[in-house]
Design a protein around this ligand. Structure first.
Ligand code: PMP
Length: 373
């Protein structure tokens, strides 16, 4: 039984990524900027990984800058905007966007009752505020709700406004071939079987404004520091390996997820599933339990071998705070009962069933006053 249900926080290293990392570390460990033959080979491999990633996400390779992950990518982007620049961000962005946008003139796009960004308000907002950038995530990390990034990118293009999507949760879960239509794209390897501390930012063609990490001329002067080629190779290999199976995974896994919700509903009433009516990632359930604090659920499930989360692990370490549920206007009391379940590519029906059984056992334990049987 695999009780790991926190894939939106991080994933295990995919075996293909591990093999690729080892091969790259053993064979091409040289500094890609050095001038001898072996370094040149490492540099060629690095550029080939950039090309392969470009193919997967529908963006020219020259637009891709490798970074240490999504947090750096988001910070680098916002740091490139002048202080006071008008930026539109959604009400449910990850803290690495919300915090990085501080110091700019931030206008928030609200979400509807299903936790989906109100795309129809964008046009009016653009006309009224003339933003330098619109930033809306592709899929929400807490609820899994898919956001209308495609539609919003088109509206922005029509008005000559730059559009950014934080695709950290979309990549590796849904097909990414059209993401390149966005001017800026954020990605993070450890969300889809790559290693931690590796990611990328896609820029518009010819955009060389990034100067967030200064030093050497790596990444065409856009991000200094010796490239982590083995981690980059592992990241691209992970994405290449899982992409062909994505539609099958989506079909199988969303059915398992929905069966879990049904099993939970049979036992817990009321059980509010956030963004249930919206198109969602196939792996995510964000739910408000009818009773008991989420930390009690989390610790008791953990003792039984299940790893879940209380909203987002990144909400400033404050367990129980959920950006999404707050944006939906929940009470403080409701916020304390939010739990997030996020399955993986190989989660089985038996894993989901075992989780539902564990929820019932924990409920009985909590109702007995917290004493294990
Ligand atoms: N954006 C989103 C939507 C995320 O889910 C996360 C990870 N929780 C991040 C950014 C930060 O990613 P990283 O760990 O690569 O900095």
């Amino acid at each position: 039984m695999n009780g790991y249900f926190d894939h939106n926080a991080t994933t295990t290293l995919h075996h293909a990524a591990r093999d690729a990392w080892l091969r790259a570390s053993e064979k091409h460990w040289h500094n890609p900027s050095s001038l001898y033959r072996d370094a040149g080979l490492a540099s060629q491999q690095l550029e080939s990984a950039r090309e392969r990633l470009g193919t997967l996400i529908g963006a020219d390779a020259e637009r891709i800058v490798f970074t240490s992950g999504a947090t750096e990518s988001n910070n680098a982007l916002f740091a490139s905007l002048p202080a006071g620049a008008v930026v539109v961000i959604s009400a449910i962005e990850h803290p690495s966007v919300r915090e990085a946008a501080r110091g700019r003139n931030v206008v928030e796009l609200p979400v509807n009752a299903a936790g989906v960004v109100a795309a129809d308000e964008l046009q009016q907002l653009i006309t009224a505020k003339r933003p330098a950038l619109v930033s809306v995530m592709a899929a929400n990390n807490e609820s899994g709700a898919l956001q209308p990034w495609h539609e919003m990118a088109a509206v922005c293009r029509e008005h000559g406004v730059l559009f950014h999507t934080d695709a950290a949760q979309w990549l590796g879960k849904l097909d990414a071939a059209n993401l390149g239509e966005c001017d800026f794209i954020t990605g993070s390897a450890h969300k889809f079987g790559g290693s931690k501390g590796c990611g990328f930012l896609v820029l518009p063609q010819e955009d060389s404004r990034l100067g967030f990490i200064r030093g050497g001329p790596q990444e065409h002067g856009r991000r200094a520091g010796t490239e982590n080629y083995p981690a980059i190779e592992a990241m691209v290999t992970a994405l290449e390996t899982i992409t062909p199976r994505l539609s099958e995974t989506e079909h199988t896994q969303s059915n398992l997820r929905d069966a879990f919700i049904e099993a939970m509903r049979a036992r817990f009433n009321p059980l509010r599933v956030i963004s249930e009516s919206a198109p969602r990632l196939w792996n995510t359930v964000l739910m408000v339990m009818p009773e008991h604090d989420n930390l009690k659920w989390l610790t008791r499930l953990s003792r039984r071998g299940f790893s879940i989360s209380t909203g987002s692990a990144c909400s400033s370490g404050k367990e129980g705070s959920s950006v999404v549920v707050t944006a939906l206007g929940a009470s403080a009391e409701e916020l304390k009962r939010v739990v997030r379940i996020s399955s993986g590519w190989d989660t089985t029906a038996a894993d989901w069933q075992a989780l539902a059984v564990a929820f019932v056992e924990v409920f009985e334990e909590l109702n007995r006053g917290g004493r294990p049987q």
